[in-house]
Ligand binder design. Sequence first.
Ligand code: ZN
Length: 238
Amino acid sequence: MWRNRYKAQNPSVSKEKEEFACVNCQAAASTTYKKYSEDVIRLTECEKCHELVDKYIEYDVVLVVIDLMLQYVQAYRHLLLNVKIERPERLFVIFWLSHAAEVWMRDKTGAQFGQVADQEWMFYRCLLLSAVEICSFVVTILLFSLWKKKETTQSTWQIIGSTLLGYYGNVAVVISFIFNLSHETSYQVVMQIFLLVSHVQVQRVLFPTVSSTDNIIVVLTAKLISTTTGSLLTAAVL
Ligand SMILES: [Zn+2]
């Protein structure tokens, strides 16, 4: 499990220093564990807070996902700072399709009972609208990162990737289809709150020295810009 899921690490190689981060205090760490033999592995202790640098190394993926859903910022630090996700673009496509399904549910009109051509147009319309909404959200976060350049150690691509991962809650749309919850206002409100909290947690990891209030304001602003852009596009051309 360690070999496949996590970033490669070799404590003896000094140039890999500070590649990882403590999930508790986000201090830089050179390793998350030390391997003494094939079966003996010892998790590294953080030099700053003296807790384990990354307790999630030992956790099963399902438990990590549960902690993410419970919005533990430690789980977000583990995922965004210590895990190397293989081919993340596959995940982004899933989140994009899920987001498009959300948009489709939100804007559902009589066209669903129309001709096949109408339904096909609606599908492309939702995909385009969803892409525009996600892009405007990411661009807002990028503009903020340019303004607060000194508050983050992450590269532009890492910020884009992490912000896109903040959309993972959209996959719950599958559950809403199964249990026919798509029209329930309570479900939509809970989903929107969940996504906003996820984005705030991602922001806290990307900009650890920025106050939580500022991070919340940035996420709310990005959400507002994203929704407004989507509405303007709908009114203008769709
Ligand atoms: Zn620490």
